[in-house]
Structures are given as structure tokens and as C-alpha cells.
Design a protein around this ligand. Structure first.
Ligand code: NAD
Ligand code: WQD
Length: 341
């Protein structure tokens, strides 16, 4: 398997899952949003299987890098994680986001085609839907992306669907993740964002180790049971297993398919704050501040299709997500590189 973005949060956990399940993996990453140390950790966690991991440093938009990988290693399928993913940054740097996310996908499928590999699992996002009218969200809910990042994901899905329509023989699965959180239970691998975290769980993790003073709760006047935003948090190891299930089922049907990966359960900011406080053994400082622009009240997946298509379902609950995230942060308070921003 070729895994692009292998050193990133979801890529690194997926590499461990694939390696320990017996796959050979070649990773590609340019470390624009990750540390080379994540690769050492993958090898450490996957211990006995570490010799099945190869790695090539480079940019997925660089066809020479990709071409060399395909020329030297048999690639049965590709899992394409490499992308830029910060919603706020995408609003201020749209050109960089369109360039990375769209061009990496285009170059990748061109090189895949050249080498006869036509099986691709693509990282998409529940955020392609924008604000939804019907919950839980099914795969055929309207796509109304509200920011450049989410538009790149929706555009890539359309490019891949057009490719499949034009060229029979491709098998492409777009996995639409809800809110991935947590860490490998070893505490060796986890989420290590650069700079100030944008997302709730990594921010809470950094409050818990004293790198941030307090959590800002973005609004408590939403039409939800406790007034705070509700999301479908999914343990990153469940997500990793979802990718393995996708690879195992990608041959079942030709063409393009989209599959939601979520739990089907909504959790509010307050509930997550309480669960994380329990995991780290102390109440965490927080303040309610106004809503964050662009946020919606509630997003929850309908995972029925994933279970039917992939034979997969999530196994880990909120307490496990918080326990594992805390274990990673406790053992790596400054992240992989120890510095911490
Ligand atoms: P991440 O930033 O931790 O990982 C992405 C990896 O890709 C990083 O290691 C980065 O260095 C690498 N990368 C970026 N551009 C590259 C390029 N041009 N060439 C080579 N490597 C490159 O992000 P993540 O959370 O692991 O997300 C993985 C994928 O899942 C992304 O496509 C993201 O958009 C998608 N996704 C993430 C979430 C989430 O909340 N984490 C939710 C939905 C979808
Ligand atoms: C979750 C909840 C916030 C931070 C984003 C992307 C989406 C996907 C996942 C990539 C919301 C609240 C947050 C904080 C808070 N990524 N919050 N204080 O916005 O659901 O989704 O990540 O595809 O595309 O949009 O995730 O973790 O930022 O927010 O109160 O400091 O936590 O308002 O209700 P979000 P999030």
C-alpha cells in the first residue's frame, strides 16, 4: 500500500494498523505539517512489523517523487491523506489550499494511471455538507461547502467521480470523516498540531498539560441540550480500522463511492470537557466566549452505510478517546519534537 501523508495524525495511526495487520506500506510525506519523529514512533509501535514500512520524503505534487515510488515498489492501492486541513487558514491562504489539495490528487491519479494502479481511498470530510437540514447525515445529503478547505475536498470528490465515470476499472472510495480524536493506546502516537490548535480535543490536551491557560468554549447558546456545539467524535484507531476495511472492500464494486466514517453519536463541547477532565483527573479551566464564525450547532454521522459496505463499525467510546488522547499528551507534553508552540 502507498500511504500519502503517512507522518500525519490519521496517516500515522493507519500505517500502524496496516502494518500490524500484515500489509507492506510505503509512506510519502513532505513534513509540512508533521514531524519525522512520527515515523520512528510508527516503527516503535508496530515493532515486529516495522521492516514492512518504507518511506520516501517528498511532495505528492512532485511526479518525480511519486514516479520513483511506483517504479521501485509494487503498489496495489493508495490511501491519500496528504492535504492541508485547517479551515481558518484555508480562508486566508486559499491558493495554497487549492494548490496542495487539488494538485496533489491530480498528480497522484496521473501517476497511478501510468503504473496501472486504480484503487484509491481518499480522505474526505463531513464538512463538505456545510450546515445540514437533516440529522444524522447520510452520504447523499447535499454538499454545500462553506470554506476553501471543504471546497477542495468536494472538488476532489467530483474529480474522482468524473475519472471513474470516464475510465472503467477505477475503484475509488472517498471516506468522509467526522471529528477524529484520540491516540494510539501506547501513548506513543497521537495528534501533535503545529502552533495553536484549531480543534477542540488537541486544544484541551494542551490545556491539560499547561501549554494553554484555558479552553474557550465557542458559544453556549446553540439549540442543543446544553447549548454548546455537538459533534460526532471518532477514535483515530477506529478510523484507521475503517481505512483497512475500505481497502479490503474496495474491490467489491468498481467506480466512485462515498462513505461516512463516524459513530452516529453526538457529543457536546461540555460533555467532552467533562470526559477529558475525568480522564486527566482534574477540572480544566474554561470560559464561555462568543460563537466561532462558521460553526454549526450539530453534525452527526449516519454510519449505516459504512457498516453495510465495509463490515465496519466503531468500537471505542468517548472515555477511551479521552484516555488515549491524555496518555499521549501526558507522555509527550511538548509533542513529538518536545518544543511545543
Ligand atoms: P495532518 O496534517 O496531521 O496530516 C497530513 C499529512 O500530509 C502531514 O503529515 C503533512 O505533512 C502531509 N502533507 C501535506 N501536504 C503534503 C504534500 N503536498 N506532499 C506530501 N505530504 C503532504 O492531517 P490529518 O488530521 O492526519 O488529516 C489527514 C487527511 O484527512 C487530510 O486529507 C485531511 O483533510 C483529512 N481530514 C482530516 C480531519 C481531521 O479533523 N483531522 C477530518 C476530515 C478529513
Ligand atoms: C468542535 C466543537 C467548536 C475549539 C473541523 C473542520 C472539519 C474537520 C474536523 C477536517 C465545535 C468547539 C472548538 C475550541 C470550542 N476537519 N470548540 N473551543 O469545527 O467540528 O470541524 O475539524 O476535515 O472540516 O471544520 O471541529 O474540533 O474545531 O470543533 O468550543 O477551542 O468544539 O465550536 O462546536 P469542527 P473543532
Amino acid at each position: 500500500m502507498l500511504v500519502t501523508g503517512a507522518a500525519g495524525f490519521i496517516g500515522s495511526h493507519t500505517c500502524v494498523d496496516l502494518l500490524t495487520a500484515g500489509y507492506r506500506v510505503i509512506g510519502v510525506d513532505n513534513f509540512v505539517n508533521s514531524s519525522p519523529r512520527a515515523l520512528d514512533r510508527i516503527r516503535e509501535v508496530a515493532a515486529g512489523a516495522a521492516d514492512r514500512l518504507e518511506f520516501a520524503e517528498g511532495d505528492v505534487r512532485d511526479v518525480a517523487t511519486l514516479g520513483k515510488v511506483f517504479a521501485t515498489t509494487p503498489v496495489a492501492a493508495v490511501v491519500h491523506f496528504a492535504a492541508r486541513k485547517a479551515v481558518g487558514e484555508s480562508v486566508t491562504m486559499p491558493v495554497e489550499y487549492y494548490d496542495t489539495n487539488i494538485n496533489a490528487t491530480l498528480r497522484l491519479v496521473e501517476v497511478m494511471r501510468e503504473h496501472g494502479t486504480r484503487r484509491l481511498v481518499f480522505s474526505s470530510s463531513c464538512s463538505i455538507h456545510g450546515d445540514v437540514d437533516v440529522l444524522p447525515i447520510q452520504e447523499d445529503a447535499p454538499a454545500r461547502p462553506t470554506n476553501p478547505y471543504s471546497r477542495t475536498k468536494w472538488m476532489c470528490e467530483q474529480i474522482l467521480a468524473d475519472l471513474c465515470a470516464a475510465e472503467p476499472g477505477w475503484h475509488v472510495m472517498a471516506l468522509r470523516y467526522f471529528n477524529p480524536v484520540g491516540a494510539h493506546p501506547s501513548g506513543l502516537l497521537g495528534e501533535d498540531p503545529r502552533g495553536i490548535p484549531n480543534n477542540l480535543m488537541p486544544y484541551l490536551q494542551q490545556v491539560a498539560v499547561g501549554r494553554r491557560e484555558y479552553l474557550s468554549v465557542f458559544g453556549d447558546d446553540y439549540p442543543t441540550p446544553d447549548g454548546t456545539g455537538v459533534r460526532d467524535y471518532i477514535h483515530v484507531m477506529d478510523l484507521a480500522e475503517g481505512h483497512r476495511a475500505a481497502l479490503e472492500h474496495i474491490g467489491d464494486a468498481a467506480g466512485f463511492r462515498a462513505v461516512n466514517l463516524g459513530t452516529g453519536t453526538g457529543t457536546s463541547v461540555r460533555q467532552l470537557l467533562d470526559a477529558f477532565s475525568a480522564a486527566c483527573g482534574r477540572p480544566l479551566p474554561h470560559r464561555v466566549v462568543p460563537r466561532r464564525a462558521g460553526d454549526v450547532a450539530e453534525l452527526v454521522a449516519d454510519p449505516t452505510h459504512a457498516t453495510a459496505a465495509l463490515g465496519w463499525r466503531t468500537r471505542r467510546g468517548l472515555d477511551e478517546m479521552c484516555r488515549d488522547a491524555w496518555e499521549f499528551q501526558r507522555r509527550n507534553p511538548g509533542g513529538y519534537d518536545g518544543a511545543g508552540a
